[in-house]
Ligand binder design. Structure first.
Ligand code: LMR
Length: 332
């Protein structure tokens, strides 16, 4: 009789515990970004949301807001610091004012290729930079890729650096990008990503710089059909979360989400490489697009002009970090 009573009591407790957990409201992570859904970042954000839902059995739900529908550009970082959103994945250039060391990733001609870039991101330099996010109430979870940038404009074909003289280029709010276009004799103009198409259309700017994926998905080539494959700099992201939110999760949930970040990062980087090729081909299919592919000698001229801006950033980024990053590329 006593045994039956205890069995019923335990069953009652289990039912109650199960009931409480299964009816408990899920933890919601609002994830805001500015690009289209069919970009590497857009697709990986959705993949990450799927993994989190599956692996936490619905205890954590990631709601993804693409195309700057919640916040544009830098506003997303401010919103994240206030915990109005819990995740974002802004381009490294957007952190200029908060964490100047991140500008390393925007320096033109710093990375020889994707292998070099990933060696820096995943090695001591990149990991040291990720730790800095705590200083600003954020946690840097991972680096996500987009790709190396091409120029596009609606005035004339650009082959050499001198062809940029006098042109107005849209930039993200980044001191490195500002210095880069000034070194080319062009005039840089800061604009949010969501305004680039209309700014090109209305002549507010003449050109912009983007990886193929952004150029294709936002159709910038329709209003800036002269493309130049300079691949002078890189555009990539840091997946970030609010530090207080992150610390409030149970260690078990944090471990599960870390695993989802790892798998989504692997997926994202692979996808970025694939989409770059695919979306470049789609842009070039448009008969209005006039594309310039540089010879190694022409590209060397760009490199010589643009590396001259490095000393301006020795102090804010740290010369040691720049030198260490360059060293990682030896032999690659
Ligand atoms: C930009 O403003 O050009 C980028 O931040 C867009 C992106 O890929 O997030």
């Amino acid at each position: 009789m006593r045994r039956k009573f205890f069995a019923a009591l335990i069953a009652g407790f289990m039912l109650l515990a199960f009931g409480i957990t299964s009816f408990a409201k899920p933890i919601v992570i609002k994830f805001s970004h500015v690009v289209a859904v069919d970009t590497p970042k857009g697709m990986a954000a959705n993949y990450f949301a799927k993994l989190v839902k599956e692996r936490t059995h619905g205890k954590v739900i990631v709601k993804v807001y693409p195309n700057a529908m919640l916040y544009g550009d830098r506003a997303a970082v401010e919103a994240l610091q206030m915990n109005a959103i819990q995740m974002a994945c802004p381009a490294t250039a957007k952190f200029t004012g908060w964490l100047p060391e991140l500008q390393l990733f925007d320096l033109p001609f710093l990375f020889k290729n994707a292998k070099h870039l990933h060696k820096v991101m995943d090695g001591p330099v990149g990991q040291k930079i990720l730790q800095l996010f705590r200083r600003k109430g954020m946690v840097g979870l991972a680096y996500w890729d987009n790709g190396f940038k091409v120029l596009s404009n609606n005035k004339h074909p650009i082959v050499l650096p001198k062809d940029c003289k006098g042109l107005k280029f849209r930039i993200m709010s980044s001191r490195v990008l500002e210095a880069q276009f000034k070194a080319l004799g062009a005039s840089p103009q800061v604009l949010p990503f969501s305004e680039v198409y209309s700014a090109l259309e209305q002549g507010v700017v003449d050109g912009c710089e983007n990886p193929w994926s952004n150029l294709y998905t936002k159709k910038f080539y329709e209003v800036a059909p002269y493309t130049t494959e300079t691949y002078h700099g890189y555009l990539g992201y840091v997946l970030i979360t609010n530090a207080k939110f992150w610390d409030s999760l149970s260690p078990k949930l944090r471990e599960i989400i870390k695993g989802c970040v790892k798998d989504a990062t692997e997926y994202e980087r692979k996808l970025a490489a694939e989409l770059t090729k695919k979306q470049r081909a789609l842009v070039l299919k448009d008969p209005k697009v006039k594309d310039v592919v540089l010879t190694p000698e022409q590209r060397e001229q760009w490199r010589k002009v643009l590396v001259k801006i490095y000393p301006q950033f020795y102090k804010s980024i740290g010369k040691d970090l720049i030198d260490e990053a360059i060293k990682e590329g030896q032999g690659l």
